[in-house]
Design a protein around this ligand. Structure first.
Ligand code: ADP
Ligand code: MG
Length: 703
């Protein structure tokens, strides 16, 4: 410490600055500075904004004497002995005995012998976990914080901040650094958001927020302080996204369609049902886009069965009313054919015959199709990615629709959008996520949401069944098939070679359809990604036409095919699938007038069972997508689509969904008043965005 002190050059009183290196702070020498750097803390300001990732408060800590088997508890105690125990099965368990004023308890960390190196005798630990009975009471640790040697327990009523740390730097050290310097640093953190923005967002000013975050008097206060920091991150990103959109839009001059209400009105009159309110609303958004001088670039999200196709069809007719061509691209031939059939039926009375373009057209058909596409005049083309191949030429493509857009690569989506005169683009997606999250993920798109299902749709009965119920489940499916219905049976892998411990589609196909199998006397077929595409389509067609009773498959059947007579979806090893994926699979049944069933078969672990129960309990795709996000994180869902957006330090767009929505509205307002953030009152906000996103300010410069 004294060597540290010698190296340290203390700044003169009153000259503390947020941008000075942490080594200028009392208590930080070179060694600590190096450790802090690992946490991204280089300057005093970084230390100030190093916020706790959670809190412990005295009200949540139980006295050791009061612990009973089965409880989930948090305790604080001193390590009085420790050691690593081998078990017979080769697992090594780290164990300590913890003592507080009331008593002692054994705490165990199975499989974590390395903790012996980081936890010492006399260390004070805060541990959370469940109490089991094992030669007496034992707490099995779920998580712990090392408060350091000889740390005082939680003072009465005080909320204890728990900071992210790194090896060699204890929470205790971080906490004491902040304790020591907070008062000097806080006044330097000047608020730059206007009072009206803060009050609209319902968050406190920055210095107050930082005080609340580091030294809260209650958990509620800590959360309130945190909301200010999260809001700033969300607001910055929303402003950037809106700005990026605005710039893109300027560059995207498109067709200025007129709402002539000829074909569209005729379709409306011919529809066998009323549009839902949600359909009317999103259509209005689409029509507004198409009537404006800028090109549409819109994502339409809606749960399976929410009726996206008809909305897209109205948009197509609006383009055709203006003499343009419209194209709808689907990810499989089968789906393209299905769209062809349903739209042809709807448009027959209007005298419109859509054109189907897929890879399996005969050469002569292909030539005929090419000729129709080359003619100037309104036309609806439905097809697969054959639509974007080199030789596909449109005379006057005004609208490109991409169905099940997540099934296409970015290039294919863009390829359709760059055909001819760069048409308006409408993307359809069945992964419904809340609007503000969608904007966070796909910043450069406008988003419409279909959050209502057509009336009269009956739900799918969803059940979890243990392995022991296998025979009964299979015989139930047999009964359904005997009544003339059809069933899907889905597996997570194609063959046994991929995962020897999982049932595979290929092996189960053989066993279910083979001699003595549950469906030995039924028509059973196998479908997976390694079946050649033309054969795959043939199998799906046969299933659609009722020539197959049971389809054993992998998730290749996930995409929007409509077989109303299929009433059972059996999913094996359901824990291997994401919730949204299960939801898509479930969407394959419940499309006809008969009662439908989704059965998840298998013995999943307790954690997976919770997930699956959640799935079984709701058919709301938004709720499921949200749960999926919560469980698997945003990155997983957005993957490569999330381009160049910074990750958040404090905000969690999911947990902070409501705050994110407020940030979106406020960003809209700020940019409406000052599109380039050029006014003096927005100068600090502009600087902050620039500091946060290296590319951010460029977006403002381009405009
Ligand atoms: P998805 O959004 O999954 O693509 P579809 O567009 O395939 O859904 O629509 C599912 C079914 O609902 C179709 O059979 C369609 O005809 C029907 N449908 C769509 N809109 C309505 C409505 N407003 N009222 C009744 N049925 C509707
Ligand atoms: Mg669809």
């Amino acid at each position: 410490m004294s060597a540290d002190a010698a190296r340290r050059r203390l700044p003169a009183r009153g000259s503390v600055r947020l941008d000075m290196p942490v080594t200028y702070l009392k208590g930080v020498g070179e060694r600590r500075a190096a450790l802090l750097r690992r946490l991204g803390i280089v300057t005093a300001g970084d230390l100030l904004t190093h916020v706790p990732h959670r809190y412990e408060d005295a009200t949540t800590v139980s006295p050791i004497a009061a612990l009973a088997v089965g409880m989930d508890a948090t305790i604080v105690g001193t390590v009085i002995s420790k050691g690593v125990l081998p078990t017979r099965r080769g697992l090594r368990i780290f164990q300590v005995v913890l003592r507080d004023d009331s008593g002692m308890i054994e705490v165990s960390w199975p499989g974590q012998p390395f903790l012996d190196r980081v936890i010492g005798k006399q260390d004070v630990l805060l541990v959370a976990g469940t109490i089991r009975f094992f030669h007496g009471r034992q707490l099995q640790a779920r998580e712990y914080v090392n408060l350091g040697a000889g740390a005082a327990g939680l003072e009465q009523g005080r909320v204890l901040a728990v900071y992210p740390t790194t090896e060699g730097l204890s929470v205790k050290v971080l906490r004491s650094l902040l304790d020591q310097h907070l008062d000097a640093l806080l006044p330097l953190a000047a608020e730059f958001l206007s009072p009206s923005v803060l009050s609209a967002a319902g968050v406190p000013p920055l210095p107050d927020a930082l005080r609340m975050v580091h030294h809260p008097t209650s958990l509620a206060e800590a959360a309130h302080g945190r909301s200010r920091l999260a809001f700033e991150e969300l607001l910055s990103l929303q402003i950037l996204h809106r700005r990026a959109n605005a710039i893109a839009r300027v560059k995207r001059t498109g067709v200025r369609y007129e709402n002539r209400k000829q074909l569209t009105a005729a379709l409306k009159a011919a529809l066998p049902y009323e549009l839902t309110r949600a359909q009317v609303r999103v259509l209005r958004e689409i029509v507004a886009d198409m009537r404006s001088a800028t090109k549409m670039h819109r994502l339409l999200q809606g749960d399976v069965g929410s009726g996206k196709t008809i909305v897209a069809l109205f948009a197509a007719l609006l383009a055709m009313d203006n003499g343009y061509q419209a194209a709808m691209m689907a990810p499989t031939e089968l789906l393209a054919e299905q769209h062809m059939r349903t739209t042809s039926a709807l448009l027959e009375g209007l005298g419109i015959r859509p054109l189907l373009v897929t890879g399996s057209l005969a050469a002569s058909e292909r030539r005929a199709a090419a000729q129709r596409m080359a003619e100037d005049g309104p036309l609806l083309v439905i097809g697969t990615h054959a639509l974007v191949q080199e030789d596909a030429r449109f005379a006057r493509l005004g609208l490109a629709i991409v169905d099940e857009q997540h099934r296409f690569g970015v290039e294919q989506r863009q390829a359709l959008g760059s055909k001819g005169q760069h048409p308006d683009v409408l993307l359809l997606s069945a992964t419904p996520i809340p609007r503000s999250l969608a904007l966070t993920a796909y910043g450069d798109l406008d988003v419409s949401v279909l959050d209502e299902r057509p009336p009269g749709r009956r739900g799918v009965m969803t059940a979890l069944r243990p392995e022991s119920a296998r025979a009964r489940v299979l015989s139930f499916i047999g009964t359904q098939v005997a009544e003339g219905r059809q069933a899907y049976v889905v597996y997570p892998v194609i063959g046994e070679s991929e995962r020897a411990d999982l049932k595979s589609a290929t092996a189960m196909y053989a066993s279910l359809s083979g001699p003595g199998g549950a469906f030995a006397d039924r028509r059973v077929a196998l479908l997976h990604g390694r079946v050649p595409a033309d054969e795959r389509d043939a199998v799906m067609r046969a299933f659609r036409d009722g020539a197959i009773d049971v389809l054993v498959a992998t998730t290749v059947i996930e995409v929007g095919i409509d077989v109303p007579n299929a009433t059972v979806m059996l999913i094996e090893h359901p824990e291997r699938f994401g919730l949204s994926q299960l939801h898509q699979l479930r969407g394959r049944v419940g499309r006809g007038s008969e009662e439908s069933y989704c059965i998840l078969l298998g013995d999943a672990g307790p954690e997976a069972s919770d997930r699956l129960r959640l799935f079984a309990g709701t058919e709301d795709g938004f709720e499921i997508a949200r749960a999926d996000l919560r469980l698997r994180g945003m990155g997983d869902l957005f993957g490569a689509q999330q381009s160049g957006t910074a990750s958040f330090r404090v905000a969690d767009p999911l947990r902070d969904e409501e705050l994110n929505e407020r940030a979106r509205l406020i960003a809209e307002q700020i940019l409406a008043d000052d599109p380039e953030l050029g006014s003096p009152q927005n100068a600090a906000l502009r600087r902050s965005i620039g500091a946060r996103y290296a590319r951010g300010l460029e977006l403002f410069r381009v405009g």
